[in-house]
Design a protein around this ligand. Structure first.
Ligand code: HXC
Length: 257
């Protein structure tokens, strides 16, 4: 791959993106951020890719934004460079994404995981927004996405005390889709990705868009939005194929059209 801090591997219709900054527990400096976003956007544009897995190492998904890089910055530096602004582009990715989290997912690491659609956690995973201990607050959406995921009670607890949650607590709170044994994490994440990538890509994109809309609008508007997309899927070849295959008692062969 052309990247220095991110490895990209492709298997069939799934892509695996591995954060690779082992000396700093995958701390997210500007280079990592640029590369993660660029690699994900490139895969998103590829019609042959149906699902993207983002993972780190056994010890750390990512231990947060790079504290040493941020330490000397002033307000004008942060504002003019739009520090963390590039991460917003990850939220615009239309291909479904899976975060496979082992070890530390702290600060920006937790925020990166929350930017993904499905969050698989190893039983070793540790989540938190410890920014307050550094004299700052979350800056990549943590105060918003964590609160939507787990509610005010736990979000305030985590953001104000800086304490961490283990995988069990995170799953109980609704932050995590599934918890798996650490040595199974990648196998399970790739299996989930393969399942998603085996669906019709445009229909999976619409399913993702519909769920995401729940965080942006009222219930009535969200249901109306879903209904429009639901009607729209009947314009796909894959709807005809999926329903024919069911009636004919055979597996569907989607053409992603
Ligand atoms: C820069 C980091 C880092 C980080 C770890 N390292 N986290 N460097 N930024 N966020 C570096 C260490 O300095 C060290 O480098 C190496 O990685 C190994 O880390 P250790 O601390 O030696 O490992 P360990 O003792 O096992 O402790 C692991 C840890 C601890 C508990 C995860 O590293 C830690 O607390 N990290 C910071 C977690 C954090 O506060 N994250 C939030 C960041 S703020 P050397 O060179 O010494 O070997 C954030 C803000 C987002 O994300 C937006 C608001 C601004």
């Amino acid at each position: 791959t052309p990247y220095e801090t991110v490895l990209v591997e492709r298997t069939g219709r799934t892509a695996l993106l591995t954060l690779n900054r082992p000396g700093a527990l995958n701390a997210l400096n500007l280079r990592v951020m640029e590369e993660v976003v660029a690699a994900t956007e490139a895969l998103d544009r590829d019609p042959e890719i149906g699902c993207i897995v983002i993972t780190g190492s056994a010890k750390a998904f990512a231990a947060g934004a790079d504290i040493k890089e941020m330490q000397p910055q002033g307000y004008m530096d942060m504002y003019l460079s739009d520090w963390f602004g590039a991460w917003d582009r990850l939220g615009q990715v239309r291909t479904p994404t899976v975060a496979a989290v082992s070890g530390y997912a702290l600060g920006g690491g937790c925020e990166l995981a929350m930017l993904c659609d499905i969050l698989l956690a190893a039983d070793t995973a540790v989540f938190g927004q410890p920014e307050i201990k550094l004299g700052v607050i979350p800056g990549i959406g943590g105060s918003q996405r964590l609160t939507r995921a787990v509610g005010k009670a736990k979000a305030m607890d985590l953001c104000l005390t800086g304490r961490t949650m283990d995988a069990t607590e995170a799953e109980r709170a609704g932050l995590v889709s599934r918890v798996v044994p650490a040595d199974r994490l990648l196998v399970e994440a790739l299996a989930v990705a393969e399942t998603v990538a085996g669906m019709s890509k445009p229909v999976a994109m619409m399913a993702k868009e519909a769920v995401d809309r729940a965080f942006e609008t009222t219930l009535a508007e969200g249901v109306r939005f879903e209904r429009r997309l639901f009607h729209a899927v009947f314009a796909t070849a894959d709807q005809k194929e999926g329903m024919s295959a069911f009636a004919e008692k055979r597996p569907p062969t989607f053409t992603h059209r």
